[in-house]
Design a protein around this ligand. Structure first.
Ligand code: B12
Length: 493
């Protein structure tokens, strides 16, 4: 134990931690795509310049707990902040407990998506403040209050169990985000930038020096106006869509060293006029980078000209949440689009020369025939990157409450990764995951690198084959995670 109380003078030390992943399949995904912890970089952006702040991204580490202990020893923080998805909440609590055991005076702050939607889950002795919302602005205020010796909880956004209204506030809807102009810029200098990459399959020249280029993440907007049943975003943002100005976005991109940029918006292309301006500014300023973004099929169909312009600006890959090629499922998911629109969008992207990443959803009630029809979709839309998730009610939504008594696992938060089913499957679960893994295997044959015979370095071909095989194996093995013995043994956690 290293007792260490901040006495109001001297250097204030802050450590921000991204917990490592628990489930094998999520870890394997990181072999293909590992993005920087932008949420913590923005939180760090809110820390006053005179204070010391470090980011510890445990998702990068082979021995994360050793690294964590070492960081605690080395930095001995006065304030420690954790981020986390729902499937990391148990780990966040464990890490918070360790931090408190290391120094009983440390202030523990928890933020991120799970803190926003399920704050009561973080009502633990080792957690002082639960941040329900934007972190850069809120954390800055917490640090300021800490130095002044004031209470660290305030408003609807920084919650504490010490507050007599804690439960009422935690049960209320998430508070509104602040004006986007007040959100600090990301402290990108605090991470080892060379360790973040994303698989890249777009190559009009049919030759790539690498398929794993370094990549930076940029957030240009917050929220989404759509209310898809599987998504939590409209619950967080109250259907609001907050936009950074084109100048602000382009200034940030201009200062980023990486050539590849991943737009980590909830929905980047919602305001077509704004996206038009951003592309024009990028072109006018001669900024030559390559982009990957999400977009809805109906936006692509309505504005092919916009995607043509973005192609010129460097857009190489577009992720489209096709979800299902079946009208009734689209309706059930409240996707507000049609199969015809999806097909048109696919054709338009091919015509424009932007690589499609199609994201499809598998339903727990799938029969063998349903899986076969998705297999046909893969053939229909090639060449395309294709990925699949399993429809799962999201924590914080009505569907979660509606179905929670049906969940088939002990810890539904841990299993909320859209790959592990929370709901019972119609097929035997082992069979279900055999079919699910087969979809990924077939998707590899539709990959643009293969279909277009793109030349890539030999060692990367090998890496892709080895990691792809490991990924498919992890998918086939998902059913084992449900064996009660494994959960009890804590082999998973
Ligand atoms: C980009 C993205 C990804 C990227 C990875 C991003 C990354 N950095 O690793 C990719 C595509 C790889 C991905 C994958 C997955 N994702 Co994802 N993803 C997103 C998306 C669209 C944006 C996340 C992001 O980067 N935001 C940008 C940052 C800057 O914003 P932020 O996270 O909101 O953080 C702010 C606040 O939350 C707060 N905050 C955050 N942390 C902290 C910490 C402290 C101390 C404080 C004070 C504040 C604070 O301040 C931040 C700055 O403003 C979100 C949607 C969303 N609205 O969150 C889904 C989302 C986070 N993903 C989700 C899921 C489920 C997954 C997957 C598990 C499943 C899947 N198959 O898609 C995988 C697994 C990823 C993994 N390896 O763990 C869910 C999580 C739901 C939940 N309850 O946990 C979301 C919400 C999507 C959804 N619609 O439901 N994802």
């Amino acid at each position: 134990m290293t007792a260490n109380r901040y006495e109001g003078n001297g250097l204030l030390r802050i450590l921000l931690v991204k917990p490592h992943l628990q489930l094998l399949v999520a870890k394997r995904l990181n072999d293909f795509l590992h993005l920087e912890p932008l949420e913590l970089e923005i939180v760090a952006g809110g820390v006053p310049e005179e204070d010391y702040v470090a980011i510890c991204d445990l998702t990068l580490e082979k021995k994360p707990m050793e690294v964590y202990y070492r960081q605690l020893q080395k930095i001995n923080p006065h304030i420690i902040g954790f981020t986390g998805y729902s499937n990391q909440s148990a780990k966040v609590k464990e890490l918070a407990h360790i931090a408190r055991a290391h120094n009983p005076f440390v202030v523990v702050v928890v933020g991120g998506i799970h803190a926003i939607i399920s704050p009561l889950d973080y009502a633990a002795d080792d957690i002082d403040i639960i941040v329900r919302g934007e972190g850069g602005t809120t954390f800055g205020e917490i640090v300021k209050r800490f130095k002044l010796g004031q209470p660290l909880y305030f408003g609807e956004v920084a919650l504490s169990q010490k507050d007599i209204n804690f439960v009422e506030k935690a049960n209320a809807l998430p508070p509104a985000y602040p004006d986007v102009k007040t959100i600090p810029l990301a402290r990108r200098d605090l991470v080892q930038r060379s360790r973040y990459f994303s698989v890249w399959t777009s190559s009009p020249e049919k030759k790539l020096d690498t398929i794993f280029p370094r990549i930076a993440s940029v957030r240009t907007s917050y929220g989404c106006k759509f209310t898809c049943s599987f998504c939590v975003v409209h619950h967080i943002m109250g259907k609001k869509y907050l936009e950074r100005s084109p100048e602000d976005v382009v200034n940030e991109i201009e200062n980023i060293k990486e050539e590849h940029i991943y737009f980590v918006d909830d929905e980047t292309f919602l305001n077509e006029k704004r996206m038009n301006e951003i592309a024009n500014l990028l072109l006018q300023r001669g900024i030559k980078k390559k982009y990957v973004s999400w977009a809805r099929a109906d936006t692509i169909v309505r504005r092919p000209d916009l995607f043509l312009l973005w192609k010129k600006a460097g857009l190489g890959i577009v992720y489209v949440g096709l979800e299902a090629m079946d009208e009734s499922r689209l309706k059930n998911y409240k996707k507000r689009t049609t199969v015809e629109t999806s097909m048109k969008a696919i054709a338009l992207l091919q015509e424009i020369g932007i690589t499609l990443h199609a994201s499809l959803m598998v339903d727990p009630n799938f029969s063998v025939e349903d899986f076969r029809s998705v297999e046909k979709v893969i053939k229909l839309i090639r060449p395309a990157e294709v990925s699949f998730t399993v429809f799962s009610p999201s924590p914080g939504t009505e569907l979660w409450h509606k179905h929670k008594d049906e969940f088939i696992c002990n810890d539904p938060y841990l299993f909320y990764d859209c790959m592990h089913t929370l709901l019972p499957t119609k097929l035997k679960i082992k069979r279900f995951y055999e079919h699910f893994a087969r979809l990924y295997r077939l998707a590899w044959s539709a990959n643009p690198l293969r279909v277009n015979n793109v030349r890539i370095p030999y060692n990367e071909v090998l890496k892709a084959i080895v990691d792809g095989t490991k990924y498919i194996f992890a998918l086939r093995s998902i059913h084992r995670d449900y064996l009660p013995q494994r959960v009890v043994d804590k082999k998973l956690i």
